[in-house]
Ligand binder design. Structure first.
Ligand SMILES: Cc1cc2nc3c(=O)[nH]c(=O)nc-3n(C[C@H](O)[C@H](O)[C@H](O)COP(=O)(O)OP(=O)(O)OC[C@H]3O[C@@H](n4cnc5c(N)ncnc54)[C@H](O)[C@@H]3O)c2cc1C
Length: 309
């Protein structure tokens, strides 16, 4: 059977697109490797009516809702794509080949974490990527931001809104220019250049252990990672990428390749300064992609019927 659409990735973006397309009576297959970006997090924020909700529970419910719409689900990854508009072939890591008229890339981004002992283990539990997601819970507490250069400067000023008790760890010589350093001083944000040796958790705090033996106890450490695509499938297809490394899409989630859509964290919509990494936005973009795919198929079928009439 040729599917109307194959959705690659079953996070909030792929799941919402699948629900919308299923309700629009489309034949859809969704494949998913089950490793979402926020896998380490137990409480999700910034989602209307789901504040503090376990994100794995959101995915479980989202999946179960697909049953009644007849969506085919495979717990396998897509490893290869070939073909073009109306004739795509997707090969799964099980060896199964599926055919589709349209493709939706919803496989998200993976974070690139610095190689500091303990950081990966504390990701999402003491070390956080985003103050909008996890800043409120530690507001006004002693916090640290990790990063260097111009982006870290902006990030430190962002973090300052959540706590004025803030230190910026550059993990090596500061690459922040003199003007930036002056601005940080004016805000009372200290810069610590000593490289970090490791990060440990104890007594509800993170202990930042530096190579000179000093230890700073902070309530949380924030590190912003823009991430890279979780799979090379968009590159395989030749999709145009944005400067930040996401898949460039228009407002309807269309990529530069006809018939291929991208959504969620993976997609960078034209006109936005950066891809908005958030569960509710990913789900909303999934709905936009679903509508766009359904509309394109409808128009294609109508045009075909006119040619044969
Ligand atoms: C620690 C942490 C905490 C966060 N907290 C919040 C928060 O509180 N609130 C908030 O709004 N956002 C939060 N986020 C951001 C949030 O995780 C993302 O915005 C959201 O998960 C994006 O959804 P998505 O569907 O685009 O991608 P994902 O949720 O990452 O889902 C992508 C899916 O695609 C699958 N996949 C990958 N490759 C393939 C392949 N080749 N074939 C098939 N499937 C594949 C993956 O396994 C995964 O299941 C947090 C992120 C992190 C890292």
């Amino acid at each position: 059977m040729k599917y109307d659409a194959v959705i690659i990735g079953g996070g909030p973006a792929g799941l919402n697109a699948a629900q919308l397309l299923g309700r629009a009576r489309r034949n859809v297959l969704l494949c998913d490797t089950g490793k979402p970006r926020n896998a380490a997090s137990h409480a999700m924020h910034g989602f209307l009516s789901r504040d503090g909700f376990d994100p794995s529970e959101l995915r479980r419910i989202g999946r179960s809702e697909l049953e009644k719409y007849g969506i085919d689900i495979r717990d396998h990854g897509a490893v290869r794509i070939s073909g073009s508009l109306d004739r795509f072939t997707v090969i799964l890591d099980s060896g199964e080949k599926v055919e589709a008229r349209r493709l939706l890339l919803a496989f998200g981004m993976k974070d690139q974490l610095p190689e500091i002992e303990g950081l990966r283990e504390l990701w999402g539990r003491g070390v956080f990527p985003c103050p909008y997601c996890d800043g409120w819970e530690v507001k006004d507490e002693p916090l640290a931001a990790l990063g260097n250069g111009a982006k870290a400067l902006t990030f430190a000023f962002l973090m300052f809104k959540w706590s004025r008790n803030l230190i910026l760890c550059t993990n090596g010589s500061s690459e922040i220019d003199a003007q930036g350093q002056g601005a940080l001083r004016a805000y009372g944000i200290e810069i610590k250049e000593t490289p970090l040796k490791k990060i440990e958790a104890a007594d509800g705090a993170v202990h930042l252990v530096f190579i000179d033996g000093t230890v700073l106890k902070k309530r949380a450490l924030f590190f912003h990672s823009p991430g890279i695509p979780s799979s090379d499938l968009a590159h395989q297809l030749g999709c145009k990428m944005s400067e930040g490394g996401a898949v460039a899409v228009n407002a309807m989630c269309q990529t530069s390749i006809p018939g291929v859509y991208a959504t969620g964290d993976l997609a960078h919509p034209d006109g936005l300064p950066f891809p908005p990494a958030s569960v509710i936005v990913a789900a909303g973009q999934g709905a936009i992609a679903g509508r766009a795919i359904d509309r394109e198929l409808l128009l294609a079928d109508f045009e075909a019927s006119q040619r044969t009439a």
